[in-house]
Each structure stands twice: as structure tokens, then as C-alpha cells.
Design a protein around this ligand. Structure first.
Ligand code: BG6
Length: 482
């Protein structure tokens, strides 16, 4: 039996006719329903501009839930009874985002549905913004203005990207703060919904042995990799405007980095974790030198529909960073991420210092595999017969969820919103800090035009990224697959 949400709630999806809603949100609601987590009094409303009948919308909902369950990686089986029970609570409202009257009508629609379902209007109202950031503001404003009383418990879930740089993110947060309290806002980065990413904190929080190891003084370098097999596909128009630095590095990778290097707070509440993450993110530093950054683009990228002619947008990015803290002095942090590579791989490798007599041997490494395998292992040298060899003698159990527990990332996070738990969300200051380091890198790239290295599709990694290493014996540690 899974923990149940007992309080009735309304769940509104703005942008309910879009791809994100179909790919992530409907299947997540279905997954939570199949774990029987929902109370019997709930109202789910899709709000979007397109005209649709209730039946058409319900069909879209059912289709996406079914498709997601049939995906090879899905751990949630499709079940007719679950969907039949859930779909009764699903409704559609068609309205504009910038018309206050439509929001008034929408709130009346909620009253009408509650009456029809013979329930009181639930106090908790979760709104998920499955819309492009360009329409965040009119929705935020109209939703707040149309609200009849402040007695309800309105929670707003926004997904990255939050702004385009530090200054626009600041403006967005300032705008949000005019209408909402910070505790009402859930800033979502779906990487924080991955069980394997969450495990980094759980493991660190509960195992002193890991925390003792993860001290800058003991570490010679950290390498974070996020390689993808997919290219930009049908998101070319959007991607060409942003590039991989903003798309992957700005939030997903800085978050992984922060979780590995942050101090673990004694008070285990969300606020304390956010404070420590912000502290380490603010200490991230980039020395503006050509040797510290590499950008690449996969072959054929410029021919994709939606990509500008002669586009210099990077589909690969590698960099060397440091943490401006006495304890992390001299520890380089290497980060690389790219699209259209040989395989999907998200990992963090922590390499430990050696003593002079260990000159000709491999260093110890702590390896955290986040995707597609989810495990943590330690590489040690040990005596085998007459020789000492590099072996993996400490391999942990998988750090993934098991069997029925497994929820999609968004489902984990939506469940947290329902429980009003913020640990796996971002805070405004964290986001500003990660924009700050991202802006620094982008500013350097805009001033000093770096070559965009073209790499073949399906490469393991683009040739040239090893140039970031300036010390003898440093190289990208490649993890063997299964
Ligand atoms: C998204 C990026 O935030 O994360 C995409 O916009 C990227 O470009 C995706 O493909 C990767 O997520 P995941 O969960 O597949 O690693």
C-alpha cells in the first residue's frame, strides 16, 4: 500500500493540449492513480486555447496514458479499471491565457464541476504550467486576479527554463512575487524527480562514509557526463535559439554537481538543503580562457528544419570549472554534455588524490551512474594472486527504485507538490546562482568566438574534448556499459 493523499484537490494543467502534458503529465497522473494514491474527491482540468470537446480531451488523456504504459521502459502497467475511474474526474476548459474573463469563467466551471460531482470545491488547487515560458506571466497574473479569496491553497508548478539569463530570471521571480508567496511556487527540474538523482542526497545524508570521501581536500577531480543518443528532432526551432549550455548545463548538470559537492545540513528540511545548494552553486567559477571550454555541433545539424542557416548553436559542450572555496582549492570539475552521441549516459565520476608512491597506478574512483543504469560503485586496487590490480570491489545494489515503487520523474514531483514537500524542487536563489555561472560562460563565448567542432553522429564523444585536461594523467574516464 502506498501513502495516500487524503485531502481533496483540484489539479489544473495549463497548456493541456501540448506535448509536455501528453508525454509527461497525463501518464504521471495515471501512474499515481494506479498506485491508488488519490482521494475520491478530485477534479482534474485541462485548460488550453484549442477548442475541444470533453470527450476529445478525455480520449487524448487515455491515449497518452496507454502509450506511456506500453513504452518498453515503463514499470506501470496499463489498467482499464484505473483509467475508467480516473477519467470521470477529468474535464476540459478552453480559454485564452491573457483574458481575465476566461479565468473568471474557468473558476465558475470548477464550481459547476464540483456541483456535478456532488463535492465541495477542494481547498487545494495545484496548477501545472505546461506552456512555453512566454505565457507564464499572463497566466500567473490572471490566475491570481481571478481568485475569489486567499483562503484556498493555491500551488503553482513551473518547469524550467526559468528565464533566459540571470537578469530575466530575476525579473520573472520579481513578477511572481507580486502575486504569490514563495511557498506557493514549485520550480521544477525533472532531473530532481529521477530516483537515481534523489539517491545522491539520500546516500550522502545517511552514510557518513560517503560524506567523508566527498571532501574537496581528498578529491583530485570530478567529471560529470550527460550524453544523449537523441538529437534535437522536432524541437529544432527552440533548441537552435537556446543551445545545450542553457538546455542541459544551466539546471540539470549544475544541480547534479551541487548535490555531490554541497555540505549536508544537519537540519534535514528543504530550506536547509536549498541554502546549502545555493551556497555551492554561488561558489562555482569559470576562468575565462579558451582552454577551459569546448563547443561542438553534430554533423548535419544545420540541415535540420527549423535550424538557422550557418547556425553556431552548440549541441555539445564541455568545460572545466572550479569551486571558489578553500576546501575545493585546485579541484577541477569537468562537465560535458551533448546530443546525437553513441549512447545515453549520465554519470558522475569522483577521482581521489594519490600519494607519491602511488604514481603509476590508477586512482580510486567513486562512480555514480544515473542513467540508464542506476548504481554507485567504488574502484579500488587490491591484491590478486601475485599482482595488484584495479578492480571494482565495492559495487552497491542498484540505486534505482524497485518494481511497483517506480514512478516516472514527473509523477514523483507531482506527488511532492500534493504533499507540499519542496526538497526536490529548486529555490529562486539556486536558479539565479546557476544562471550566474552559465551567463559567465556564455559571455565568454560571445566575446571570444571559439571554434564549433563538428562531430560525427553516434560518436562516443567529440574528438578534442580531452584538450580540457592540462595535467599529465588526466583523461575522460569512460564507463563500461552492461
Ligand atoms: C530536457 C532538455 O530538459 O532534458 C532536453 O530540454 C533533454 O533537450 C532532456 O533531451 C533530457 O532529459 P532525460 O530525462 O531524457 O535525461
Amino acid at each position: 500500500m502506498f501513502e495516500k493523499i487524503t485531502s481533496p484537490f483540484i489539479f489544473t494543467i495549463f497548456g493541456a493540449s501540448g506535448d509536455l502534458a501528453k508525454l509527461k503529465i497525463f501518464p504521471s497522473l495515471f501512474a499515481l492513480a494506479s498506485q491508488k494514491r488519490f482521494p475520491k474527491d478530485l477534479i482534474i482540468i485541462g485548460y488550453a486555447r484549442s477548442k475541444k470537446t470533453q470527450e476529445e480531451f478525455r480520449n487524448d488523456f487515455i491515449k497518452s496514458a496507454k502509450k506511456a504504459c506500453e513504452h518498453k521502459d515503463s514499470k506501470i502497467p496499463y489498467c482499464e479499471t484505473t483509467i475508467n475511474n480516473l477519467i470521470k474526474h477529468v474535464h476540459y476548459f478552453s480559454g485564452q491565457y491573457d483574458e481575465l474573463e476566461d479565468f473568471d469563467a474557468y473558476l465558475e466551471f470548477i464550481e459547476f464541476i464540483a456541483k456535478k460531482q456532488k463535492i465541495h470545491i477542494p481547498k487545494i488547487h495545484i496548477t501545472y504550467f505546461s506552456v512555453p515560458p512566454s505565457v507564464f506571466q499572463p497566466i500567473l497574473q490572471n490566475l491570481a486576479l481571478a481568485r475569489k479569496s486567499e483562503k484556498d491553497d493555491l500551488r503553482v508548478v513551473l518547469e524550467k527554463p526559468f528565464g533566459e539569463d540571470e537578469s530575466s530570471a530575476k525579473k520573472l521571480f520579481h513578477f511572481i512575487s507580486r502575486f504569490y508567496r514563495e511557498d506557493q511556487i514549485f520550480l521544477l527540474d525533472h532531473y530532481l524527480g529521477k530516483t537515481s538523482v534523489q539517491s545522491i542526497l539520500t546516500l550522502r545524508h545517511n552514510n557518513m562514509i560517503l560524506n567523508m570521501l566527498l571532501k574537496g581536500r581528498e578529491i583530485s577531480s570530478i567529471q560529470i557526463t550527460a550524453h544523449e543518443e537523441v538529437g534535437v528532432e522536432e524541437r529544432a526551432g527552440y533548441f537552435d535559439e537556446v543551445g545545450i549550455i542553457k538546455d542541459m548545463f544551466q539546471s540539470h548538470l549544475t544541480q547534479i554537481l551541487a548535490m555531490i559537492t554541497m555540505s549536508i545540513p544537519i537540519t534535514a528540511d528543504a530550506q536547509s538543503f536549498h541554502r546549502e545548494k545555493e551556497a555551492i552553486l554561488s561558489a562555482l567559477d569559470f576562468s575565462p580562457r579558451p582552454a577551459n571550454v569546448f563547443i561542438g555541433q553534430y554533423e548535419g545539424y544545420q540541415k535540420i528544419k527549423g535550424v538557422k542557416k550557418n547556425s553556431r548553436t552548440e549541441t555539445y559542450f564541455a568545460t572545466k570549472l572550479k569551486i571558489d572555496r578553500e576546501t575545493w582549492y585546485g579541484v577541477p570539475i569537468f562537465v560535458r554534455t551533448g546530443k546525437k552521441l553513441a549512447k545515453k549516459l549520465t554519470t558522475a565520476v569522483i577521482e581521489f588524490k594519490k600519494l607519491p608512491f602511488q604514481k603509476n597506478i590508477e586512482p580510486n574512483r567513486l562512480i555514480i551512474e544515473l542513467q540508464p543504469r542506476e548504481m554507485i560503485h567504488i574502484k579500488l586496487i587490491n591484491q590478486y594472486g601475485e599482482s595488484s590490480e584495479y578492480h571494482e570491489i565495492g559495487t552497491s545494489e542498484s540505486i534505482a527504485c524497485r518494481g511497483e515503487d517506480c514512478l516516472p520523474e514527473h509523477a514523483h514531483l507531482l506527488l511532492d507538490v500534493l504533499k507540499n514537500e519542496k526538497l526536490h524542487f529548486l529555490s529562486f536563489p539556486e536558479i539565479l546562482a546557476s544562471w550566474n555561472i552559465t551567463d559567465k560562460i556564455l559571455y565568454f563565448l560571445s566575446r571570444k568566438k571559439q571554434p564549433v567542432h563538428v562531430y560525427p553522429k553516434g560518436s562516443t564523444s567529440p574528438p578534442g574534448i580531452e584538450e580540457l585536461f592540462q595535467k599529465k594523467g588526466e583523461y575522460w574516464f569512460e564507463i563500461r556499459g552492461e
